[in-house]
Design a protein around this ligand. Structure first.
Ligand SMILES: Nc1ncnc2c1ncn2[C@@H]1O[C@H](COP(=O)(O)OP(=O)(O)OP(=O)(O)O)[C@@H](O)[C@H]1O
Length: 299
């Protein structure tokens, strides 16, 4: 059972914030929504959650619209973090957990597990405004997952966290995915999506410019990079058919090739000439693909 968006558009007056987006997010997968500020990520999430209505198109999860009746099955970390500053962590989580149909005791058991996991067990009795911004974010993350939702939507979960906390949260998100949770998250950072997601969409001004399984996106792009380092002169590699560019550097060469098979030809052309210290065939990065598609740097 998947999360499906079919030709979804959202207009605010005359302004189109999301334009004809179609996505399929399979159950138990992790989906990355990339885009610069204002690209339409949050608007898309709000439509998925039924917080705002789309102007056009259809959204369904397990065949139905998400709404109040499914709130206990869905977790949401909103972009604007909203905890009650004067409330204790435990009271805040019990309040939010009960809204999702949990019993107090159950909330406290889950909360303790999560606080231990994030190495902040003492925070259970602290007030929210006594915590650093990053730790408040972790508490809000816990609030979005404490009821073990089937579908988890995280709006910029990694922003504002230091590298250690980013790693901790990535691990938590991956574990949830491995336990079967369907996860959609947004980010400005290509590398987070490349690392975590099998499926992705890059939005630009409300339009999906790249969309689909990461492997297919990379495969359909075609071009790949080969790096060679050897004890002999390498400039002859640029004459191999399918090598579109060859940049030489001291002791090595970086090639761009049109198809993966060209790498075999390069490899064969190296044999018998002397010692080869390095031969690497690299996938293009999402950033390479984005730049080629829209002709500009993502940032
Ligand atoms: N309620 C609204 N009324 C009018 N315009 C809106 C409304 N909500 C969003 N927009 C506009 O829609 C566009 C998309 O906004 P959205 O918040 O979805 O972007 P985003 O990709 O989440 O950006 P960011 O990374 O900055 O959070 C923006 O130009 C925004 O100004």
């Amino acid at each position: 059972m998947t999360l499906e968006l079919r030709n979804v558009t959202k207009k605010f007056g005359a302004f189109t914030a999301v334009n004809d987006i179609s996505l399929t997010i399979p159950k138990g997968e992790m989906f990355g929504m990339l885009g610069a500020n204002g690209a339409g990520k949050t608007t898309t999430f709000r439509m998925i959650l039924g917080l705002i209505d789309q102007t056009d198109g259809k959204i369904s999860w397990k065949g139905n619209k998400i709404g109040y009746q499914s709130s206990h099955l869905v977790g949401y970390l909103p972009e604007e973090r909203g905890l009650y500053p004067k409330m204790k962590v435990s009271d805040q989580l019990v309040y939010l957990g009960r809204l999702r149909g949990m019993k107090k005791g159950q909330v406290l058991i889950e909360l303790k597990k999560w606080l231990d996991r994030f190495n902040i067990p003492d925070y259970i009795d602290k007030k929210i405004d006594e915590l650093s911004k990053g730790n408040q974010q972790k508490i809000q993350f816990i609030a979005s997952v404490i009821h073990q939702p089937e579908l988890l939507i995280l709006d910029e979960p990694f922003s504002g966290l230091d590298p250690v906390n980013v790693e901790q949260l990535k691990k938590a998100v991956l574990d949830l995915k491995n336990e079967g949770t369907t996860i959609v998250f947004s980010s400005h950072r290509m590398e987070h999506v490349e690392e975590l997601c099998e499926y992705l969409c890059i939005l630009q001004k409300g339009e999906p410019v790249v969309n689909g399984p990461l492997k297919e996106v990379k495969r359909s792009y075609g071009k790949k990079k080969v790096t060679v380092e050897a004890e002999f002169e390498l400039s002859y590699l640029q004459d191999i058919e399918g090598v579109t560019s060859c940049t030489l550097y001291s002791g090595g060469a970086r090639l761009v090739i049109t198809r993966e098979e060209v790498a075999d030809d390069v490899f064969k052309a190296l044999s018998g000439r002397g010692s080869v210290r390095k031969f690497v065939l690299e996938e293009p990065s999402l950033n390479d693909i984005f730049i080629e598609k829209v002709g500009a740097s993502y940032e």
